[in-house]
Ligand binder design. Structure first.
Ligand code: DCP
Ligand code: MG
Ligand code: MN
Length: 341
C-alpha cells in the first residue's frame, strides 16, 4: 500500500511530526496492529490539512481526528524531535522474530505470538519443527518471493495471461486489474483481478473459472498453487487466492481473483480498488447517511437490531455503476489514483 504521506506537501509546517508519526504507524502495521496503525494514519491526515505548525497538546487536541493520547505524543515529538516510544520498538530479538513471522502470508499477530511463545525462532525452525497448515507451509516456503514488490509491468503481464485464458473461453468476459495497480502504484504487493460479465450470474462466472479457466492456467504452468480461504472471509466463494509465475521467472507472486456478477460490477470495483482505508471511510460515510455500502452495492433502509446486526438487507440503490455510487453518497468523483487515505 502506498504511504499516506507520499503526497504530503513538501512545505507542510508539520512535516517532521508527520514523518515520526508515520514511523510509528509503520511499526504498528508491521506488528499487525492495524487499528493502532490506522489511528496514527488518521492523525497524519488531520495534520496534513493544517496550515500552521501544531506545537502544544492543546492545539493538537482541538483538531478533529486527534485524541488526547495522540495529542500528548505530538507535543513530545515537537519538543524533542523524536518519540521515546520509537527507541524501544523493534529492537529486541523477540521483536525481530515476531516481525519476521508476521511477514508470512496469512499469519497475524496471534499466530506469530503463539509460535514465539512455543519457542520457534526462525522460518527454518518453523518449516522443520512446527505443525503448519498447508497455507502456512507455502507462506513460509515462499517467504522471500511474497516479500518482494511486483513491478507494474509484471502486474500487467499477469493480467494479460489471465485475460487471454478467459477470452479464449468467453470473449465477452471483462477482466480488470484492480487493487494498488488500478490506483496507479508503481509496484504492488499482489495482483488483484476482477472478473465479470454483463447480465451474468455469480454461479455462471464461478463455474466457468473453477471448471475451465483455473485448470487451464495450472496446465499452462502459470498458476502454481491455490490457497485455501476461510469460509468467514469468502462465504459465497467469490474469491480465489493463489500464486502464479510469469514465463521465464521462478518468483511466485500472490494473485487474487474476484468473481463478480454483472449487476454488482460498480460496488465490487470500488471495493477491490481500495485502498482499504478509503473503503472504510466510504462505508462510514454511508453509515452516517443511514445507508449501507459493501462490495455488493449501496443500500437504503437497512434495519439493524440493538446489537447493530443487520436484520434485513435494505433496498438496493445502486450497484452497477461506480460513479453513481459516489454521486448517491454525495461524494465528488475520485479517480482511483486519488483513493489513498
Ligand atoms: N480490501 C479492503 N479491506 C481489506 C483488504 C482489502 O477493503 N481489509 C480491498 C481494498 C484493497 C483491495 O481489497 O485495495 C485489494 O487488497 P490488497 O490486500 O491486495 O491491497 P492493495 O492491492 O490495495 O495493495 P497491495 O499492493 O499491497 O496489494
Ligand atoms: Mg493488491
Ligand atoms: Mn489482494
Amino acid at each position: 500500500m502506498q504511504k499516506p504521506d507520499s503526497d504530503a506537501p513538501r512545505n507542510n509546517p508539520n512535516k517532521r511530526t508527520i514523518e515520526i508519526l508515520q514511523q510509528i504507524s509503520d511499526y504498528y502495521e508491521r506488528m499487525a496492529d492495524h487499528w493502532r496503525s490506522y489511528s496514527y494514519r488518521r492523525a497524519i491526515n488531520a495534520l496534513r490539512r493544517q496550515t500552521e505548525k501544531i506545537v502544544t497538546r492543546k492545539q493538537a487536541q482541538s483538531i478533529r481526528g486527534i485524541g488526547e493520547r495522540l495529542a500528548d505524543k505530538i507535543e513530545e515529538i515537537v519538543l524533542t524531535d523524536r518519540l521515546r516510544q520509537l527507541d524501544n520498538t523493534g529492537s529486541t530479538p523477540e521483536d525481530r522474530i515476531l516481525q519476521e513471522f508476521i511477514g508470512i502470508y496469512g499469519v497475524g499477530l496471534s499466530q506469530a505470538s503463539k509460535w514465539l511463545a512455543q519457542g520457534f525462532r526462525s522460518l527454518e525452525d518453523l518449516l522443520t519443527n512446527a505443525q503448519l497448515s498447508p497455507n502456512q507451509r507455502i507462506g513460509v516456503g515462499h517467504y522471500d518471493d511474497f516479500m518482494q514488490r511486483i513491478p507494474r509491468k509484471e502486474v500487467e503481464t499477469h493480467g494479460a495471461i489471465v485475460r487471454k485464458a478467459i477470452h479464449s473461453i468467453d470473449p465477452d468476459m471483462q477482466v480488470i486489474i484492480a487493487g494498488s495497480y488500478r490506483r496507479g502504484a508503481l509496484d504492488s504487493g499482489d495482483i488483484d483481478v476482477l472478473i465479470t460479465k454483463p447480465d451474468t450470474s455469480l454461479d455462471h462466472i464461478r463455474s466457468l473459472m473453477n471448471d475451465q479457466v483455473i485448470p487451464q492456467l495450472f496446465a499452462d504452468g502459470y498458476l502454481q498453487v491455490g490457497l485455501a480461504t476461510s469460509r468467514q472471509h469468502n462465504g459465497d466463494g467469490s474469491k480465489w487466492h493463489g500464486a502464479s509465475t510469469v514465463p521465464g521467472s521462478t518468483t511466485w507472486r500472490r494473485i487474487d481473483l474476484l468473481f463478480v456478477p454483472g449487476d454488482e460490477f460498480g460496488a465490487a470495483l470500488i471495493y477491490f480498488t481500495g485502498n482499504d482505508i478509503f473503503n472504510r471511510s466510504m462505508r462510514l460515510l454511508a453509515h452516517k447517511k443511514g445507508l449501507c455500502l459493501n462490495q455488493r452495492g449501496l443500500y437504503a433502509n437497512v434495519l439493524r437490531n440493538a446489537q447493530r446486526v443487520k436484520v434485513n438487507p435494505g433496498r438496493l440503490l445502486e450497484s452497477r455503476d461506480e460513479r453513481r455510487i459516489f454521486a448517491l453518497l454525495g461524494v465528488p468523483w475520485r479517480p482511483p489514483e486519488q483513493r489513498i487515505c
